[in-house]
Design a protein around this ligand. Structure first.
Ligand code: SAH
Length: 352
């Protein structure tokens, strides 16, 4: 059978896989075995699945494809401290996406992309530089986890936390993102708790409400970056469509329905949004809200030229918010030496 006529089984539910196997004359339990290899052991080639008889592996190979075995990692970079890995993955249509996995004390996390490119046009971000190309499918989102696990599982690790903060705007590809996260949550797949999944948005209000309506209790992060409406529009064109106050109101609705505290991401850019007046606006905007703030000193993107404030200025901003009883943290920086930090992901390898 030609490759393109074969059935893709990656990301398919177990009962569907079982019926498919039975249709092809395979025993039902083979589907359970394959499922285990794919999602628990990160083995994607039938002939390498040790408990599958050779003749069955051949039959599978003739009839099915497994996406992670058919994509190329064009480049895998590791940070000097060995904790961060960035993959540039070539999808089957030749498009590319970047994914970052990180090792922490508590386990491993992954930052997945949801789109090839992005059309939100945020002034500070690398992901939108080449424009928007297309949405990723649920399988292409899951693929990023599978490839990271392939590296981690042999060393006894596995991804236990997902942030949808790579390239793209996840709420503009909500169905695929939710399908992927729901699959990742399955106990017999990646077994990742919804508490350990975060979707980050630039503030697509109808998407926030749609997410709230799904009743899946994911963590929501809002990229705020300015608490002054004009400045936010300058940094994030999406603010002309969904203004600051509407975004915060939608986030509050999400917090109420989900019971989850919303995180506001706030990039600190020297001379732009890092003054104590900006801190005060932010504190006022989030007063009495079920929210926390994550401050992110801006990461360098060559084409953009924004600089991060001095340590003293960052500390002053942080202390101001703390004094105003805002729950605030500074984002731990990982992988900057391989351009894997927030805002540095792109759909094409530019450097190195
Ligand atoms: N589109 C979504 C998710 C992707 S961006 C969103 O906007 O939230 C993930 C986070 O990285 C966002 O908070 C984004 O604003 C931030 N980011 C973008 N460029 C950055 C940069 N140069 N330095 C630091 N963070 C950046």
């Amino acid at each position: 059978m030609r490759q393109m006529d074969k059935k893709e089984i990656f990301g398919m539910g177990l009962s569907e896989l079982q019926s498919l196997f039975i249709d092809k004359g395979l025993k039902k339990y083979r589907a359970d075995q394959v499922f285990d290899w794919l999602y628990k052991k990160s083995v994607f080639t039938f002939s390498e699945m040790k408990n599958i008889a050779r003749s069955d592996a051949e039959l599978m190979n003739d009839n099915f494809t497994v996406l992670p075995a058919n994509v190329k990692i064009l480049r895998r970079q590791q940070s000097a401290d060995g904790l961060t890995t960035k993959d540039l993955v070539e999808l089957t249509d030749g498009n590319t996406v970047e994914t970052v996995s990180m090792k922490h004390d508590y386990g491993c996390s992954i930052c997945v992309s949801s789109q090839v490119g992005c059309n939100m046009g945020c002034a500070f971000c690398a992901s939108g530089i080449g424009g928007f190309v297309r949405n990723l499918s649920p399988q292409e989102i899951l693929l990023q986890i599978a490839l990271s696990n392939q590296l981690l599982v042999p060393a006894g690790g596995r991804i236990s936390r997902i942030v949808v903060m790579g390239s793209g705007e996840p709420l503009l590809n909500l169905d695929a993102v939710l399908e992927a996260l729901t699959f990742a949550h399955r106990e017999d797949a990646f077994n990742i708790s919804c508490r350990n999944m975060t979707v980050s948005t630039c503030g697509i209000v109808p998407g926030i409400d749609a997410l709230a309506g799904k009743g899946i209790r994911l963590n929501l992060a809002i990229s705020l970056h300015a608490a002054n409406n004009d400045l936010r529009s300058e940094l994030m064109p999406v603010n002309d469509t969904y203004a600051l106050t509407e975004v915060i109101a939608a986030a509050e609705r999400y917090a109420r329905t989900s019971g989850r505290q919303v995180t506001y991401e706030y990039i600190l850019i020297a001379g732009k949004n890092d003054s104590l007046t900006d801190a005060e606006l932010l504190a006022n905007a989030l007063r009495f809200k079920h929210a926390s703030v994550n401050l992110i000193p801006v990461n360098p993107v060559e084409e953009k030229g924004y600089r991060r404030p001095s340590t003293e200025r960052i500390d002053a901003f942080l202390r101001f918010l703390q004094k105003r009883k805002i729950n605030v943290t500074i984002r731990k920086e990982m992988g900057k030496d391989i351009d894997a930090a927030c805002g540095q992901l792109r759909s094409k390898a530019m450097k190195r």
